[in-house]
Design a protein around this ligand. Structure first.
Ligand code: ADP
Length: 256
């Protein structure tokens, strides 16, 4: 049984093809989200990697911010359900999932692999990947480089503005005062972490805590979150694919 999960986010499109609900045949991430060519490109990429055609799929589920625009899928499901499901592929006993994407952040509470509660910030760019993307652009560094820069820092500068636009001006002023880029990066990571930590405290954090979404690759944010919450946080290299993986797992349950 071959199933597809496609996660159409605000900034990236992700897809996973599963065989019998457990074997990953193909996966892809395209740096373009809803309303762009991202969804069709990511679909083309996974189908070609798995040497399949769309007709060869038994069932497909779309998730993410742009899921309702992907009419080719058999079904659309919320990213909350798909992240909760996808995380159990790697961490069967996960109790808290912190998902930071390009435009929102969510904290999910699971019990025996089932979603029981969640909190979400989709109103403000601070505390999301967008905040990091904006700051990386001003600092003229790639988002991939943020984790290494944060590691180099010997003293983070505090970013005190609660608004991304004002924080942008604050970063520019730190730069013109000669503050090292790595210290600004660490401060930026701490700023995102402190906002997500406040969100997480509202739902209650129980270990094991898993981080999913694109920002999970930024260990600067992950470490700052561990410090802010006082817990160990686990993640894996497939963190950004967890929503798409969960969608493919749901698709399998549907046709099984
Ligand atoms: P969405 O589903 O909302 O499109 P994702 O979960 O794909 O979001 O996450 C996108 C965010 O992940 C980007 O805004 C970016 O900040 C971050 N990101 C993506 N790749 C990396 C990377 N290699 N290192 C650090 N951050 C990354």
């Amino acid at each position: 049984m071959i199933t597809l999960g496609i996660d159409i986010g605000s900034t990236t499109s992700k897809a996973v093809i599963l065989e019998d609900g457990n074997k990953i045949l193909a996966s892809a991430i395209i740096q373009a989200g809803t309303g762009t060519s991202g969804p069709s490109r990511v679909l083309e990429t996974v189908l070609s990697e798995a040497k399949l055609t769309f007709e060869g799929l038994n069932y497909s589920v779309a998730t993410g911010y742009g899921r309702n625009n992907f009419k080719e899928a058999n079904e659309q499901l919320s990213e909350l359900s798909c992240h909760a499901k996808g995380v159990t592929y790697f961490y069967k006993d996960a109790k808290t999932v912190i998902d930071i994407g390009g435009q929102d952040a969510k904290v999910l509470k699971l019990q025996n692999g089932t979603l029981v509660n969640f909190v979400m910030n989709d109103k403000c760019a601070a505390g999301t990947g967008r905040f990091l993307d904006v700051m990386a652009r001003i600092l003229e560094v790639d988002v991939n480089a943020l984790k290494d820069l944060a590691k180099e820092s010997t003293g983070a500068v505090k970013i005190s503005s609660t608004c991304t636009v004002f924080a942008e001006s604050e970063v520019i002023s730190h730069l013109s005062n000669g503050v090292a880029t790595c210290d600004i990066v660490k401060g930026t990571c701490q700023s995102v972490a402190s906002r997500v930590a406040s969100l997480a405290k509202r739902v209650g954090v129980m270990s094991p805590v898993i981080m999913s979404g694109g920002v999970a690759q930024n260990t600067g944010v992950l470490k700052a979150l561990e410090e802010a919450l006082g817990v160990e946080i686990q993640t894996c290299k497939e963190a950004q694919l967890i929503g798409a993986l969960g969608a493919a797992m749901y698709a399998y349950e549907k046709v099984k």
